[in-house]
Design a protein around this ligand. Structure first.
Ligand code: GLA
Length: 406
C-alpha cells in the first residue's frame, strides 16, 4: 500500500500537469449549477464511522436504516444513511472499483435505504487511497461517480487522506510556486463535483480535509456543500468542546447549500454525560452544523433518543434563515452564543464549560433584543419571564438553550 502512495507521489509533476494546475494558474473554481440547489438546511442523517469504524458491514447499514425509521429519527429529519471508509475492494482490469466482502451488494443496499424514505451516502478520497488505505478515486473520478450514481448514491464524503502526499511532493518539487498544493486540492474537488454533476443525479459533496487552508473561505467555490473545519472528533467532552467552541468567527461562511462541518455527532456512544451530550447537540444546532449521528442506532437508550430528537433543538439547527450562530461573550468558563432565526428572534446558548454548577445571566440588551414576546427553555419546553433577561444555574459542562421570539 505504501509503495502505491510513493509511486503516485513520485509522478507528482506529471500528475500536477494532468490536473491542469500548472504554475501561475488561477485557483480552480466549480461551475456547477447543481451544488447550490442541494442541502438548503444542514444535512441530517447517520454515518458509520464514529461507532463501527472499519468493522461496518452491509447488515449494519441496513440495521441503521431500519432504526432511523423505527426510532422516529427519520421523521425528525435524519435522512442520510452514509457509509464511511472501508467498503472498497480493488479495481478490475477496466478500472471499475469493486466492493469488499463486507458489502456484497451495494445496489441492493441503495434500494433498501431508498425504500425506507431515506437517502444513501458513500465515501472516497481524491488521492490513490482512503484514510484507511483502501482504493480511492484519483484518476477514476468519472468512473467512480458513475458507479455511485448506478447505486443510487445521494451524498459523497470526499476525504483528502493520501492526496496530501501528492500535494506535498508536488509542492516540494516546485517550492517557487507556493500555492501549488492548494490549487491541486481545489482542482481535485472541482473535478469530482463535475463528475458527480455529469451523472445527472443531484449528489451532495462533503469535503473532508480537516480545515486546511481555511477551507470555509473557498469550499463553496469548488462545489462543496459542506466542509470539515477541524480534525476528527472523539467521544470526550474535551474533544467535542475543543472543536465546537473553536468555530467562533466562521458564521459568515455558512448558508443554505454550503455549511461548516465541525464533524459528526458522538451522542449515544457512551463517553460523555447526558449534560455533555446536550451541550454537544445544542452547540451543533447553534452552529447550523450537519447533524450526522455516529452511534449504534439499533441500541439507543431513551435518553439518547431524547437528545437526538428534541424537536426544538433540531428546529434551531434547521432554521430556514440558514445563519450560523456565533459567540456573544466568553467569561472564563461561561460562554454565551446566539443565532439569528427566521422571522426575527434568536436562539441563545448559555454554556457552562466549568466543572462545577454556575449561575449564568444574560440580558436582552446584550443580545440586542428590544421586546421579547416569548422566551422558552428549549430542552424543557418551559416558558420563562420575558422581562430584562435570564438568570439560571447551569450544570457543569451543561447548557441552557433558549429560543427568544421578538
Ligand atoms: C478520516 C476522517 C474520518 C473518517 C476516517 C475514515 O480520519 O476525518 O471522519 O472518515 O478518515 O478512514
Amino acid at each position: 500500500m505504501h509503495r502505491l502512495v510513493n509511486a503516485v507521489g513520485m509522478k507528482a509533476v506529471t500528475l500536477m500537469l494532468a490536473l491542469g494546475v500548472a504554475a501561475g494558474a488561477q485557483m480552480p473554481v466549480s461551475h456547477s449549477t447543481v451544488a447550490a440547489t442541494l442541502v438548503q438546511t444542514p444535512p441530517m442523517g447517520w454515518n458509520s464511522w464514529n461507532h463501527f469504524k472499519s468493522k461496518v458491514t452491509q447488515q449494519d447499514v441496513m440495521d441503521a436504516a431500519d432504526a432511523l425509521v423505527k426510532s422516529g429519527m427519520r421523521d425528525a429529519g435524519y435522512v442520510y444513511v452514509n457509509i464511511d471508509d472501508t467498503w472498497e475492494a480493488e479495481r478490475d482490469a477496466q478500472g471499475v472499483l469493486h466492493t469488499n466482502s463486507k458489502f456484497p451488494d451495494m445496489k441492493a443496499l441503495g434500494e433498501y435505504v431508498h425504500a425506507r424514505g431515506l437517502k444513501f451516502g458513500i465515501y472516497s478520497s481524491p488521492g490513490p487511497l482512503t484514510c484507511a488505505k483502501y482504493a480511492a478515486s484519483l484518476g477514476h473520478e468519472q468512473q467512480d461517480a458513475d458507479l455511485y450514481a448506478s447505486w443510487g448514491v445521494d451524498y459523497l464524503k470526499y476525504d483528502l487522506c493520501s492526496f496530501r502526499t501528492n500535494m506535498t511532493e508536488a509542492q516540494a518539487a516546485h517550492p517557487e510556486d507556493t500555492e501549488l498544493a492548494n490549487r491541486m486540492m481545489r482542482q481535485s474537488y472541482v473535478t469530482m463535483r463535475a463528475a458527480l454533476d455529469k451523472t445527472g443525479r443531484p449528489i451532495v459533496l462533503s469535503l473532508c480535509q480537516y480545515g486546511w487552508d481555511n477551507v470555509w473561505a473557498w469550499g463553496a467555490s469548488v462545489g462543496g456543500n459542506l466542509w470539515r473545519t477541524t480534525g476528527d472528533i472523539r467521544d470526550t467532552y474535551d474533544s467535542m468542546t475543543g472543536i465546537g467552541f473553536s468555530q467562533a468567527g466562521l458564521a459568515k461562511y455558512a448558508g443554505p447549500g454550503h455549511w461548516n462541518d465541525p464533524d459528526m455527532l458522538e451522542i449515544g456512544n457512551g463517553g460523555m454525560t447526558a449534560d455533555e451530550y446536550r451541550t454537544h447537540m445544542s452547540l451543533w444546532a447553534m452552529l447550523a452544523a450537519p447533524l450526522i449521528a455516529g452511534n449504534d442506532l439499533s441500541k439507543m437508550t431513551d435518553e439518547t433518543k431524547g437528545i437526538l430528537m428534541n424537536r426544538g433543538v433540531i428546529a434551531i439547527d434547521q432554521d430556514s434563515l440558514g445563519r450560523q450562530g456565533d459567540r456573544v461573550r466568553a467569561d472564563g468558563p461561561q460562554e454565551v452564543w446566539s443565532k439569528p432565526l427566521a422571522g426575527g428572534g434568536l436562539a441563545v446558548g448559555l454554556f457552562n464549560r466549568g466543572s462545577w454548577n454556575q449561575t449564568m445571566s444574560v440580558s436582552l440588551k446584550e443580545l440586542g433584543v428590544k421586546n421579547a414576546k416569548a422566551i422558552v427553555n428549549v430542552w424543557t419546553g418551559e416558558k420563562l419571564d420575558t422581562k430584562g433577561g435570564v438568570t439560571a444555574v447551569v450544570p457543569k459542562h451543561g447548557v441552557l438553550l433558549l429560543r427568544i421570539t421578538e
